[in-house]
Design a protein around this ligand. Structure first.
Ligand SMILES: [Zn+2]
Ligand SMILES: [Zn+2]
Length: 819
């Protein structure tokens, strides 16, 4: 066996293996292989943000461990990698970086700028994935912004349209006035803001009386369609049905009773405006109230706002408050904390507008989503409730159109004469209606030949939510169902409501099938201070900083071992450093073993007599194999890590290696057959540890494996070598019990030397061990040689008596050493 060098450079060897793996293509999925069972990872195509952050690192470590584990378990693993390119984030960034407004330049030019930025971001993130040592199959790389991918998005839209899942409608939508686009519920974040509560007087019609109402949004007074009070609020029920004059307008509105009004908020009477918030939308539907939209798409007051037309909502607020004050209708103001919805991409306060949009009927699938979520295996199990609750919480269908440039075009035209909708045929896609005409000569309804393109594009989630089918080869491969559903869909806890949900509704609607069998959830990465890691909180750690300092295998240990799957995991430098120190420990131990095995031939089993401690650790490593296999199978990566690191560091390095050194160095004293037994044990245990660790620390295990274990007879990489199986026949309870006792004695003797500040190789002239039970003395006698050798004892005695001396806890054994 070859010896490991003393010096090793973790960063350099990681880089070397990354290129070698890519060169040799060991992670490629073999699509032609129809015999080997497949394991399909529905890798979420990330949204290129230009930052492979610690959250990504956690995410990718999880599913790379699983992919590697399955590959070693003999699966033909499909681990694709795509990029979910389109979206508002990129548009906003392009506008910022170039100081432009997308509305003021040709769309194709703007699109080019977006593509350029996306490529730049992809390169950065790809480097992060490669540096982390992930076993993706890069031959599968795809980009949702490529027309070949649009083709799939557009085709899925056409099919859903034909199945009756798509409609166009005027409907309240979340609207970002800065981005000027509709956004999905999932893209609205709720934040606490400081606001002002205005106490106003609404005069009754034909009366001198007035009703006090409180609002945070006086600028929406022109959109007020009712005033609501709680049906049991004794102060106000008498006013039910009475009409109030809406200040600064010429309209009157009714007082209505509504259970959702909180009598303790403000005055207990509130304006219902179309629309102040989502609660208003529901109230308007419940009471069949009219809709008055006063905001334009860029957040200004429109003609429905009367004299305030043209003002921004902030200007309008000031103007209206000034007018109310002048008219004696403003009673007082009060500072409050309020929760407002803001745009996920630009943090602008979201408005609710009523606009013509394309929708997918998702709410009618809610019960089926629940049913499917219950069929999927979730890691951890409690995460499925998040998906189910989210599906039930949705108030309206999925708005799939966006008023943007950088997105997949909606394959629709309208007849200019009769406004008939022309849907692209399945074989027209990919197609951009803005640059191509429909492939018909006349409108089927009126015969006109003039068509106008749909200018909207799809919501980004329309691209990425068909990934399970696309990865399987839909629509081009005839037997794509062979690779469907995906075996695992990994997702961050924060995107269950988007990725896991949209995948589910899309595939249910399109194929009537559940798209993934398992869902693996990772939590968020917290800063060292326990708060969510974020640049603004100054607790942010950039991934390259971690990888540059300690390398991928150390960072992966942090990710795998940082906490239970699904929980939030704090980033702590000491954890990564511990991982790094562990690698050095593993290297040094392996190097030591490689030195002791120079003259060892594994195939020569003659004259090998296993000793107690050999049988002890061989049984323990079988048990470890069972535990680690079970833990990774259940995605309990931190449990696997804990077992592995404890075994390697404590049982293998601190105990076994120390205990057999003497035997290995002095064959003349112990006999060659005992030395060979120790060599054999070292060979087996280290190989096993390397294999069990390979999915978590792929680089260092590969390097050690290649030097020590790989030759013509063995596979070319540890990562395609077979996963070890626990051999129950090799479990030896008796040897484990005896060995534990012997190890406890050795450990305690060494501890005594340390406490006496004696070097560990200090000779002990006589060691007397006392035990109360005969069975115990027999057990100790079996390990006498190893105790004597390890602790440098000249004379060792085991006595069946109570005796005086240092106690070995848990074993009812004492010893006295004479130095
Ligand atoms: Zn925005
Ligand atoms: Zn027509």
């Amino acid at each position: 066996m070859r010896e490991l060098p003393k010096e090793f450079d973790i960063l350099a060897l990681e880089k070397r293996w990354q290129s070698k793996w890519e060169e040799t293509g060991i992670y490629h999925f073999d699509r032609k292989d129809r015999k080997t069972p497949t394991f399909i990872v529905d890798t979420p195509p990330p949204y290129p943000s230009g930052d492979f952050h610690m959250g990504n690192l956690l995410n990718w470590t999880y599913f790379d461990i699983l992919a590697r584990f399955k590959r070693m378990n003999g699966f033909n693993v499909y681990f694709p990698q795509g990029w979910d390119c389109h979206g508002l984030g990129i548009e906003v960034q392009v506008e910022k970086e170039n100081g432009i407004n997308k509305r003021e330049m040709p769309p194709d030019k703007f699109r080019q700028l977006c593509e350029k930025l996306v490529e730049k971001y992809i390169a950065i993130m790809k480097e992060g994935i490669v540096r982390l040592g992930c076993s993706n199959d890069w031959t599968t790389e795809y980009r949702t912004m490529d027309p070949d991918y649009w083709r799939r998005t557009q085709l899925s839209f056409i099919l859903l349209y034909k199945k009756g899942f798509i409609y166009q409608g005027t409907h309240p939508v979340n609207w970002c006035p800065r981005c000027e686009t509709a956004i999905a519920d999932a893209e609205v974040n709720y934040e606490q803001h400081d606001g002002t509560l205005y106490y106003l007087k609404f005069p009754f019609e034909n009366s001198d009386e007035y009703l006090p109402i409180a609002t945070t949004r006086p600028e929406l007074i022109p959109a007020c369609v009712a005033v609501a009070v709680h049906p049991e609020d004794a102060r106000f029920i008498k006013y039910k049905g009475k009409r109030l004059k809406v200040p600064e307008t010429s309209r009157t509105v009714p007082v209505i009773l509504d259970e959702t009004v909180d009598p303790s908020f403000g005055t207990g009477a509130v304006m219902i405006c179309t629309y102040g918030d989502k609660a208003d939308v529901k109230t308007v539907i419940r009471h069949k109230l009219p809709v008055i939209i006063v905001l334009t798409e860029n957040g200004r007051i429109n003609q429905n706002g009367g004299k305030y037309v043209g003002l921004t909502s902030l200007e309008a607020k000031k103007a209206i408050v000034a007018d109310l004050s002048k008219d004696g209708l403003l009673e007082k103001t009060e500072k409050i904390k309020q929760e407002i919805g803001v745009c996920d991409r630009c943090d602008t306060a979201v408005e609710i507008l009523q606009l013509q949009q394309w929708f997918m009927k998702t709410r009618e699938l809610t019960n089926r989503v629940e049913e499917a979520a219950n069929k999927v295996v979730w890691y951890p199990d409690y995460m499925k409730v998040r998906l189910i609750d989210w599906a039930h919480s949705l108030d309206w269908d999925w708005v799939i159109s966006r008023q943007r440039v950088f997105g997949t075009p909606i394959p629709i035209w309208y007849c200019k004469k009769c406004n008939e909708t022309i849907l692209a045929e399945e074989d027209w896609v990919p197609i951009d209606p803005k640059t191509e005409k429909p492939r018909i000569t006349r409108c089927p309804k009126c015969g006109s030949s003039e068509f106008a393109p749909e200018l909207d594009v799809f919501d980004t989630w329309m691209d990425s939510s068909i990934s399970c089918a696309v990865h399987a080869g839909w629509p081009d491969s005839k037997d794509w169902k062979r690779l469907f559903p995906a075996d695992v869909h990994p997702s961050g806890i924060d995107i269950i409501r988007t990725w896991a949900y949209y995948l589910m509704v899309r595939h249910l609607a399109l194929f009537n099938e559940v798209p993934y069998k398992r869902c693996l959830i990772n939590g968020m990465v917290l800063g060292g201070d326990g708060r969510k890691m974020s640049k603004s909180l100054k607790n942010y750690v950039a991934t390259p900083e971690v990888l540059d300092k300690y390398g991928a295998d150390a960072a992966r240990q942090w990710a795998a071992g940082g906490g239970t799957t699904g929980s939030d995991i704090p980033f702590r430098w000491p954890d990564v450093e511990y991982g790094w120190r562990f690698l050095i420990k593993l290297w040094n131990a392996s190097r030591f073993v490689s030195n002791l095995l120079k003259d060892f031939d594994v195939d020569d089993s003659s004259e090998r007599v296993l000793q107690l401690l050999d049988r002890w650790i061989l049984s323990k490593v079988e048990r470890l194999t069972g535990k680690v296999t079970d833990a990774i199978e259940k995605c309990q990566f931190n449990l696997a890590m804990e077992e592995l690191r404890n075994f390697t560091w404590r049982t293998f390095c601190d105990c076994y290696l120390e205990a057999v050194k003497d035997r290995l160095y002095n064959p003349n004293v112990y006999g060659h057959e005992k030395r060979k037994a120790a060599q054999y044990t070292l060979y087996v245990v280290l190989e096993r540890v390397l294999k069990l660790f390979a999915p978590v620390i792929p680089h260092v295990t590969e390097e050690i494996f290649q030097i020590m274990y790989a030759d013509e007879k063995n596979p070319r990489s540890i990562h395609v070598s077979p996963w070890p199986m626990m051999d129950e026949k090799r479990l030896d309870d008796e040897a484990e019990k005896q060995g534990d006792l012997v190890m406890a004695i050795i450990t305690e003797v060494r501890r005594e030397k340390a406490e006496k500040h004696l070097p560990l190789n200090t000779k002990i002239s006589k060691l007397t061990i006392y035990a109360n039970k005969k069975a115990t003395t027999e057990m100790i006698s079996q390990g006498k040689e190893d105790i004597a050798g390890t602790c440098k004892v000249a004379d060792i005695q085991v006595l069946l008596e109570k005796g005086e001396g240092r106690e070995i806890k848990l074993h009812d054994v004492r010893f006295a050493a004479e130095y």
